[in-house]
Design a protein around this ligand. Structure first.
Ligand code: GLN
Length: 515
C-alpha cells in the first residue's frame, strides 16, 4: 500500500460520491450486485429444493445450512490470502469471477424430480452440477465478502470522520441489492421458472464484476498486494505464487463441493475451526497483549461467539420462515399478491427504512448519556428476536387455517430486523474497535466464522420441522413441531440475552473506556 503516494490517492479521489471518496461508489455498486445475486438466489433456494427437486424439509434445510455455513466460513481464508499476498483488489476480482461462474451454473437445473410410488427420482448428475454451483459461490464469497469491506475501510485515513458514514452508505448498497433481487428474482423464479431466476442472479453478478473491473482504478491503489514482487516468485509447484493462490481457490471450491455431499459434517468443520480460532485469539491475548488490550480482545471474542445464537434464529428466513409463508399464510395483502420468496424482502426494506432512524436514535441517546453499551445492545438484540419468535409462535396457534394473517409475517420480520440493527452493524464496528489493529482482519474473519455457525445451526433447526408423509420426509412443515421449536429457540435466545445483560457491567469494565 505504501508505494501509492498520497498524491496519487488524492488525484484519484478528486471526484466524490455523496461527499465520500469516489472509490466508495465502485465498492457500493459491486457489493450491491454481489448481494443482489446472493440474496436473489437465497430467496428461492428452499422453495426450489422442496418443489423442484422434491427434497423434504429436513434435507432441504440441511443443504441450506451447509451452504450458508461454508459461505460465511470461507472469508477467513480469503481474507488471510488477501492480507498476506493478493491484496483486496485481486481477491475481489477473483471472487467475482467464481461467483459469476457459480450463479451462471445454477441456471442449468436439469429435469424436475418426480415420485415413483413412494420413492423420489432425481437426476443425480444435475444434483452434482447444483452442488458444484454452490461450491463456486462459496469460494467466490470467500474471496470477495470480507475483502470488499476492508477496502471500504482503506479508503479513509485513520482519523477521517467520514469512515462510519462510509460504512453506512455501503450497508445501504447491500440492502438495496438484496431488496431488488428478492422482488425480481423471487418473481421470475417462482412464476417463470427457477432457472430463469437463478440466471438473473448470475446476470446481476456479471454486472458486479464489470463494475469492479471498470472501476478498480478509482480505488487509488488502496487495495493492492502488500508485496507485488512476491506474487511473481515461483511456488513449490512451479507456478508463480499468484496463480498458485488461484489454484488453491479452486481447491477451496473442490472442498466445498465435497462438504456439500456430507452436509451434516459442516457443523463439525465450522465448530472445529471456531474452537481453533478461539484458542488462537486466547493464545495471542495471553502472550502478546498487555492487560487492557487483552481484556478488550476477550470481550470481543465473547460477543463474537454469542452472535451465532442471533443468526441461528435470524436465518430461519431462508429456510422454515419461507416455507411457512408459502404453506400457512394468506399472501394477499393490501391488494398485492405477494409470493412466498418475496416475503424476505421485508428484512431489506425495514433496514433501509429504519437504519437511519436507529443511527439517529443512538446519537440522541448518546447525547443524554443513555445509549446502551455494545454488550447491552447484544443482550437486547437476543431478547427482541427471542420475544419475536415466542409471540409469533403463539400467534400462529390462534389460527389453524392455512391462510393466516400476513400481519404476523410483518411482525416477525420487523422483530428480526430490529434485532439485526441492534447487533449486526454494531458488531462489525465493535470488532474493529476492540481488536488490536494487527489482528483486526483475523478477528473479522472470526466474526464471520461464528455467523457461519449460526447459519448452519439455523438450517439444522429448520430441518427438525418437517412432517412425514407415508413414513417419508416431505416438503411440508409440521406445525406442532414448528411452533414448539420457535417457542424453544425464542426462550433460549431470551435467556442468553438476559445473561449478557447481567454480565454487561463486567464486560463494560473489560472494554476499558471503549464504547
Ligand atoms: N445482511 C448483511 C450482508 O449481507 C449481513 C450478513 C451477515 O453478516 N450474515 O452483508
Amino acid at each position: 500500500m505504501s508505494e501509492y503516494s498520497d498524491e496519487m490517492y488524492a488525484g484519484s479521489q478528486k471526484r466524490n460520491f455523496m461527499g465520500h471518496p469516489i472509490g466508495l461508489s465502485v465498492l457500493f455498486f459491486t457489493e450491491m450486485w454481489e448481494r443482489f445475486s446472493y440474496y436473489g438466489m437465497r430467496t428461492i433456494l428452499i422453495l426450489y429444493l422442496t418443489k423442484y427437486h422434491l427434497f423434504g424439509v429436513d434435507e432441504a434445510s440441511m443443504i441450506y445450512g451447509a451452504y450458508a455455513g461454508m459461505v460465511y466460513m470461507m472469508p477467513i481464508i480469503g481474507g488471510y490470502l488477501a492480507d498476506r499476498y493478493l491484496g483486496s483488489r485481486k481477491a475481489v476480482t477473483y471472487g467475482a469471477i467464481l461467483l459469476v461462474a457459480g450463479h451462471g451454473l445454477m441456471a442449468f437445473h436439469g429435469p424436475a424430480a418426480y415420485m415413483s410410488g413412494d420413492i423420489v427420482i432425481r437426476d443425480e448428475f444435475y444434483i452434482n452440477i447444483f452442488f458444484l454451483a454452490l461450491a463456486l459461490i462459496i469460494g467466490g464469497v470467500g474471496f470477495l465478502k470480507a475483502n470488499i469491506s476492508s477496502v471500504v475501510g482503506a479508503l479513509y485515513g485513520p482519523n477521517d470522520p467520514r469512515r462510519d458514514g462510509g460504512f453506512s452508505i455501503f450497508y445501504m448498497g447491500i440492502n438495496l441489492g438484496s431488496f431488488a433481487s428478492m422482488i425480481i428474482v423471487g418473481y421470475v423464479g417462482e412464476v417463470h421458472g427457477w432457472n430463469y431466476g437463478f440466471s438473473l442472479a448470475g446476470i446481476g453478478m456479471l454486472f458486479g464484476l464489470l463494475v469492479f473491473l471498470w472501476g478498480q482504478k478509482y480505488l487509488g491503489g488502496r487495495a493492492e498486494p502488500p508485496k507485488p514482487e512476491v506474487l511473481k516468485e515461483k511456488s513449490p509447484i512451479g507456478l508463480n505464487k499468484e496463480n498458485t493462490i488461484y489454484l488453491f481457490g479452486l481447491g477451496m471450491v473442490a472442498l466445498s463441493f465435497v462438504m456439500m455431499q456430507y452436509d451434516e459434517m459442516v457443523i463439525q468443520l465450522v465448530g472445529i475451526s471456531g474452537t481453533f480460532m478461539i484458542g488462537l485469539v486466547l493464545f495471542y491475548g495471553f502472550t502478546k497483549c498487555d492487560k487492557v488490550d487483552r481484556d478488550r480482545l476477550f470481550v470481543a471474542l465473547f460477543l463474537i461467539a454469542v452472535q451465532s445464537v442471533f443468526w441461528a434464529l435470524f436465518e430461519q428466513q431462508a429456510a422454515s420462515l419461507t416455507l411457512l409463508a408459502d404453506q400457512q399464510f394468506d399472501l394477499n395483502f393490501l391488494g398485492l399478491n405477494i409470493l412466498a420468496s418475496q416475503v424476505q424482502t421485508m428484512n431489506a426494506m425495514f433496514i433501509i427504512m429504519f437504519a437511519p432512524v436507529m443511527a439517529w436514535a443512538w446519537l440522541a441517546l448518546a447525547k443524554k448519556k443513555w445509549e446502551p453499551s455494545t454488550p447491552a445492545k447484544f443482550g437486547y438484540s437476543l431478547l427482541i428476536i427471542g420475544a419475536g419468535y415466542i409471540v409469533f409462535a403463539w400467534g400462529m396457534g390462534l389460527d389453524d387455517s392455512t391462510s393466516k394473517s400476513f400481519l404476523w409475517l410483518i411482525f416477525i420480520y420487523f422483530m428480526l430486523t430490529l434485532a439485526e440493527l441492534f447487533l449486526s452493524p454494531v458488531g462489525l464496528s465493535m470488532v474493529t474497535k476492540l481488536s488490536v489493529p494487527k489482528i483486526v482482519g483475523m478477528m473479522m474473519g472470526t466474526w464471520f466464522l461464528f455467523t457461519a455457525l449460526g447459519n448452519n445451526v439455523a438450517g439444522w433447526i429448520s430441518s427438525l420441522m418437517g412432517s412425514q408423509e407415508h413414513g417419508a420426509a416431505s416438503g411440508t412443515l409440521d406445525m406442532t413441531a414448528t411452533m414448539d421449536l420457535y417457542t424453544m429457540i425464542g426462550l433460549g435466545s431470551g435467556v442468553i440475552g438476559i445473561i449478557i445483560l447481567l454480565l454487561t457491567p463486567l464486560l463494560k469494565k473489560g472494554m476499558h473506556g471503549v464504547h
